[in-house]
Design a protein around this ligand. Sequence first.
Ligand code: CMX
Length: 430
Amino acid sequence: MATLKEELSNRIPNLRREARDLIDGAGSTVLSQVTLSQVFGGMRGVTGLLCDTSLVEPDKGLIVRGIPIGKLAARKPEEVFYLLLTGRLPVARELEALQTELHERSSIPNYIWDLLFALPADSHPMTMFSAAILALQRESVFSRRYAQGMHKDEYWEAALEDSLALLAKLPAIAAGIYRIHTGQRTLRSSRPELDWSADYAQMLGLPDPSGEFANLLRLYLTLHCDHEGGNVSAFTCHTVGSALSSPILAVSAGMNGLAGPLHGLANQECLHFVLEIQHEFGGTPTDQQLGDFIRARLKEGSVIPGYGHAVLRVTDPRFTALHAFGQRVCAEDAVFKIVDRLYALTPAILQQQGRAKDPWPNVDAISGSLLYHFGLEQFDYYTVLFGVSRAMGMCAQLILNRALGTPIMRPRSITSEQLKEAVAARQRVA
Ligand code: CMX
């Protein structure tokens, strides 16, 4: 049995060799070209990043190291973190060793609580989350060792150390933020006998007599772990980390991207939409009423939140996994019923309308409604849960990039004048 660090130590020489061989043997292979519209269009479709932890296939959804996310639904997030980093799931003793490492690093320095209590309680939970992570920079092993002259071959080890320390602390910090944000002055202690998700659930302090809320968190944290390398938070974390800022600084920066309404904040919009329907009809509408409501909304030019995706062209398997959970645990819940009927009706209506390339639900169409069922009703907190999970992907990508010695990011930009000149030159040739 190898610890996570030993497993990585065994693998990294090979990863480095493969990368070197590829660059030496085929470095000039063209993978992608950039058009003028892509320069104006968020670089959509430009392939320019290496990411081995996961990929998103339009017809399959998220694939983590070759395994479709739906097949990982019963796995713990700790297992998924091991998988993201090493490319294989841990055996029981390896998982236990990782969980022990996390527990050993989980205590929160008092100055983090002082900082969080000093912020106005109505600060956005993502602001509190990012600030708390940023303040942990004081503990960074990576930055300390870098200042002492660490050899670059060892960067990944220090990045792993910071990542483990950070991931270990996130549940307590995130749970503390929930309690402070909801006006509770007391915090709940971590319980080392629990796994990462169950401990997070009990520190939030919501009643959970059946243990199903902890099960939901476990599933939620597994499903949101990673989403390739080009999404805003992953890309931001990668860019900041490439300057050899510590993983702590890089993840805090990534969280600021996740806090954007076009990225991690979308889930709260979806739940607003479902509650609006419940309010409008005084409960669950009939299919006829719901169909009319969706069509009217489309007619007025609004989108149906939770439906459509920039990459996916099938029902998001993460939606499917959460839907199965809802059917098992809260099929009669009024809000879940609306989510379920929306799923039955919306894709066909969107197909009829013919605009959306993807008429199927994404993960945000359902996640908020399940959290709501268990009494987690602060919509603005949902992105923090997302962030706790996505930190695993950000850290895994960053550790691998430090292992490969990926250099500082520095794509070139172009001025409008240069663009116009390039177009004019092309026209002269034609
Ligand atoms: N309801 C109504 N119209 C929709 C739609 C929806 N759910 N999804 C897409 N469309 C429309 C677009 O607005 C666009 O209209 P115009 O041609 O008038 O501009 C047209 O269909 C084509 O869009 P697209 O290429 O299919 O979708 P994009 O890649 O541009 O955008 C997304 C993807 C997710 C932003 C979009 O589907 C959307 O707004 N969905 C609703 C909001 C939502 O669920 N967001 C969560 C995203 C989760 C994630 O990204 O992980």
